[in-house]
Ligand binder design. Structure first.
Ligand code: ARG
Length: 458
């Protein structure tokens, strides 16, 4: 019999029992649920609402239940509907009368909100750790990359040469912002709804600050209706994860491209590649592809919860039970993606020669040749047009800019002199971009320092 069955004559049929249950999913929250019950029972006793003896029995009973869940001996029964009733009914079975007093001044509505906020805090912490680990790996590989150059792209066309370290650090800044979003989700969840009861508060002289403090919340929620029907903190977590997933997906996409024979920029280690069941030669970047692919589910989970919440009147509605599967899945997925990306980067080989020789095609120094003419007094727009002509001439002859002779250059523009060679050299092109945030080695060194400081602060 369900704990709420007092006013019912019939019992639920098997189909609705299973359809209505959240137990298969929310049993993952047993630790939070038990912690909430411990805090609640201790507060009830402190306030004289239950006896100290009842409290001791409840705490003892909860300890045993937690042990049994952890050792796999706990008997889960779908008829209990959710984690809250599974634990409470087992507690009553084990300790009788005292167990029946635990739910005084409490509802499953503030209980589930408490569990979820505790879980959100733990999950955002876990994700912040994984985020930091990946940032450390990116930083180390940026350091290892030294003065390695590669083509920088816009529209996936060769644009200007950049340092590989600069490219890798771009992702570390995305992840630095993701960390802030995770930390904002942590803060949003960090208020205790316990004591809001079903929707309106309670008639018992409870102490909400006490339960909040013992559960590690930094504050209590201000409005009982809002407290039991708010899932913003879960949306914040899912949004932070969705953006981070998008960032990882972009990096994964680059690794897929870079490991192809067309690019050949990196070789993924065997541990982060798979073979083909039919083509013996294949080495596929499956794990990068999966990181990219899982983004779909993560976005879907965020949108699903937004849609679940959008039409709900205050306060609690059962629709909200649909909140957990997606949020837990997203957090687990992202934890996995972050770890896999860390391992992939740590173990991949950078093919420096391929990166450097890719810089030879696509006229990567074109902007610098225009800048050269500007230094000789020509307005930039004119210089742009002159270099455009040079590029056309090169395309016609199938040669690179540096293969044009000084006479060829001077025929198109008399401002060219011997010193043009300096403007055409790829390393000089990179070295020239010394502006803050630019790709010159000295600017990247400053960036590395800043990125290191951010990791130390986070
Ligand atoms: N299993 C429910 C959920 O996940 C817990 C809260 C149920 N409250 C209620 N009044 N039915 O949302």
């Amino acid at each position: 019999m369900a704990l709420w069955s007092g006013r019912f004559k019939g019992s639920a049929d098997e189909l609705t029992q299973e359809f209505g249950a959240s137990l298969p999913i929310d049993r993952a929250l047993y630790r939070q649920d038990i912690a909430g019950s411990r805090a609640h029972a201790s507060m009830l006793a402190k306030q004289g609402i239950i006896s100290r003896r009842d409290m001791r029995d409840i705490l003892g009973g909860l300890d045993g239940i937690e042990r049994d869940i952890e050792s796999g001996e706990f008997h889960w029964d779908i008829a209990d509907e959710d984690i809250h009733m599974a634990i409470e009914s087992e507690l009553i079975r084990r300790i009788g009368e005292a167990g029946k007093r635990l739910h005084t001044a409490r509802s499953r509505n503030d209980q589930v909100a408490t569990d979820l906020r505790l879980a959100t805090k733990a999950l955002s912490r876990q994700l912040m750790e994984a985020n930091l680990a990946l940032r450390r790996v990116l930083l180390e590989s940026a350091e290892r990359a030294g003065s390695q150059v590669m083509p920088g792209y816009t529209h996936l066309q060769h644009a200007q040469p950049v340092l590989l370290s600069h490219h890798l650090l771009a992702y570390s800044w995305m992840l630095t912002r993701d960390f802030k979003r995770l930390s904002a989700a942590f803060d949003a969840a960090d208020a205790s709804p316990l004591g809001s009861a079903a929707l309106a508060g309670t008639t018992y002289p409870i102490n909400r600050e006490m339960t909040a403090a013992s559960l590690g919340f930094s504050r209590v929620t201000e409005n009982s209706l809002d407290a039991v029907s708010n899932r913003d903190f879960l949306l914040d977590l899912e949004y932070a994860c969705a953006v981070m997933s998008m960032h990882l997906s972009r990096l994964a996409e680059e690794f897929v491209a870079w490991s192809s024979s067309e690019f050949g920029f990196i070789t993924l280690s065997d541990a982060y590649s798979t073979g083909s069941s039919i083509m013996p030669q294949k080495k596929n970047p499956d794990f990068a592809e999966l990181v990219r692919g899982k983004t779909g589910r993560v976005f879907g989970n965020l949108v699903a919860l937004l849609v679940v919440m959008k039409g709900l009147p205050l306060a609690y509605d059962k629709d909200m039970q649909e909140d957990k599967a997606g949020a837990l899945d997203t957090a687990e997925t992202l934890t996995g993606c972050l770890a896999v990306m860390s391992g992939m980067i740590e173990t991949m080989t950078v093919n420096g020669d391929a990166m450097r020789s890719a810089c030879e095609t696509g006229f990567l120094a074109a902007t610098d040749v225009a800048d050269y003419l500007v230094r000789k007094g020509m307005p930039f727009r004119e210089a742009h047009a002159v270099v455009g002509e040079l590029v056309l001439a090169c395309e016609k002859r199938c040669c690179r800019l540096e293969e044009l002779s000084l006479t060829d250059l001077q025929r198109i523009c008399p401002l060219f002199e011997d010193d043009i060679a300096g403007a055409l050299d790829i390393d000089s092109v990179v070295r020239a971009r010394t502006t803050c945030g630019g790709t010159a080695p000295e600017a990247v060194a400053v960036q590395l320092e800043r990125a290191r400081a951010c990791i130390a602060e986070d």
